[in-house]
Write a protein that binds this ligand. Structure first.
Ligand SMILES: Nc1nc2c(ncn2[C@@H]2O[C@H](COP(=O)(O)OP(=O)(O)OP(=O)(O)O)[C@@H](O)[C@H]2O)c(=O)[nH]1
Ligand SMILES: [Mg+2]
Ligand SMILES: [Zn+2]
Length: 299
C-alpha cells in the first residue's frame, strides 16, 4: 500500500494509508543500514500488519520534493514561521534564516506574528509582504487575523518557530478539533509547561495537513544558512529585480560600491533588516567549511 507518514515516535511510524485509515508501522532494517530515515511528510510504501498483535512495515520512501533538517519533515508546501510579540520577542535573523532555507527548498515561507494582543508589530508584516511572502499578524488568544491565515493554509503546512511563540495554541485556535496540548493548558492542569516533543502532521477536514513541531531555541540554529553563499541571494526574492545591475558583476551585495541592492534599500524598496540579515547569513555561509555545507540537503 501507499500512504503519508504522519509522525514517528520511538521507532514506530503512523502512516495514513491512501484508504484513509491509520497504520502503525516499523521501518525495514535496511533504512538504518543505509542511513536513511523516513520523515513525517514522506510518501511511503508499506505492508500493513498481518494481525492485531504486530505492526506494519514501511518498505520504501518515494522520491521527495523537498526536505528540511529542522524541523525534520519532507514534502512541505508552506513553512509557517511563527514569531511572538514577546516571550520570546521576534528574532528577525532566525526568521530570515528560515525564510531563506524554505525558499531554497522550494517551500513558500509564511511569516506569522502571534500574540498581537500584547502589542503592535508595526511594519513587520508589511516588511515581509514587500519581500513577496504572505505574512500575518494574529492572536491565538483573541482570534484576530486567524480567518485570513486559515485561508492561506493549503497543502502541507508545517508550523515552526522558537519554543513558546504559540504554534500549538495557533493550531488549536485555527482548527479547534485538533485539541493539541499547549503551555497554557497544562499549566492549568498543574503538570508544568507543556512543550511539543515531535513533528506530527494532522489531516484537516477541509483537506490538506498541518504540522506541529517542537520549538527550537535560537542557539540551535547553528547549521549556517544551509545554503551556498553564492546561492543565498536567490533566497531573498525581493532582491531579484536588482540583480545584474550592480557596478561589479562579482558583487556579493555585502558592502561593495555601486551595489544596486543596497541602493534599493536606501530607496525603501527592500527592508533594511532583510538586507542586513542577508549580509550576516552570507558571511556565516561563506565561513562554513565545505564539508559542513556538503551535509546540507541538496538544492
Ligand atoms: N497573550 C498571548 N499568549 C499566547 C498566544 N498564543 C499562545 N500564547 C501563550 O504562549 C505560551 C506558549 O504557547 P504554545 O502554544 O505552547 O507554544 P509553542 O510554540 O507550541 O511552544 P513549543 O511547543 O514549546 O514549541 C502559552 O502559555 C500560551 O497560552 C497569544 O496569541 N497571546
Ligand atoms: Mg507546541
Ligand atoms: Zn550588489
Amino acid at each position: 500500500m501507499e500512504g503519508l507518514l504522519l509522525t514517528s515516535l520511538s521507532g514506530f511510524y503512523t502512516v495514513r494509508g491512501d484508504d484513509g485509515a491509520r497504520y502503525v508501522c516499523k521501518a525495514r532494517g535496511r533504512f538504518r543500514r543505509e542511513g536513511e530515515t523516513p520523515l513525517p511528510g514522506d510518501r511511503v510504501t508499506f505492508s500493513p500488519a498481518a494481525d492485531d498483535d504486530s505492526e506494519g512495515v514501511v518498505q520504501s520512501i518515494l522520491p521527495r520534493r523537498n526536505r528540511l533538517a529542522r524541523p525534520p519533515v519532507a514534502n512541505v508546501d508552506r513553512l509557517v514561521i511563527v514569531s511572538a510579540f514577546e516571550s520570546p520577542a521576534p528574532d528577525l535573523l532566525a526568521l530570515d534564516r528560515l525564510t531563506a532555507v524554505a525558499v531554497e527548498q522550494g517551500i513558500d515561507p509564511v511569516p506569522v506574528f502571534n500574540k498581537d494582543d500584547l502589542g503592535d508589530f508595526g511594519d513587520l508584516p508589511a516588511r515581509y509582504r514587500q519581500a513577496g511572502f504572505a505574512a500575518f499578524a494574529v492572536s491565538a488568544r483573541t482570534g484576530a487575523g486567524l480567518d485570513e491565515l486559515r485561508r492561506a493554509l493549503t497543502g502541507v503546512c508545517v508550523f515552526t518557530g522558537n519554543s513558546g511563540v504559540g504554534k500549538s495554541s495557533l493550531l488549536n485556535a485555527l482548527f479547534p478539533d485538533l485539541d493539541l496540548a499547549t503551555g497554557a493548558v497544562s499549566e492549568k492542569l498543574g503538570r508544568g509547561r507543556h512543550t511539543t516533543r515531535q513533528v506530527t502532521l494532522y489531516e484537516l477536514p477541509q483537506g490538506g495537513f498541518v504540522g506541529d513541531t517542537p520549538g527550537f531555541s535560537t542557539l540551535d540554529l547553528t547549521d549556517g544558512a544551509a545554503v551556498e553563499p553564492e546561492n543565498l541571494v536567490f533566497d531573498f526574492p525581493e532582491f531579484a529585480p536588482f540583480l545584474g545591475r550592480c557596478r561589479f558583476s562579482s558583487c556579493t551585495h555585502t558592502g561593495e560600491a555601486g551595489c544596486a541592492v543596497a541602493e534599493a534599500v536606501e530607496r525603501g524598496e527592500i527592508a533594511r533588516s532583510r538586507f542586513e540579515n542577508y549580509g550576516a547569513l552570507y558571511r556565516e555561509s561563506a565561513t562554513l567549511p565545505a564539508w559542513a555545507r556538503k551535509k546540507l540537503p541538496p538544492r
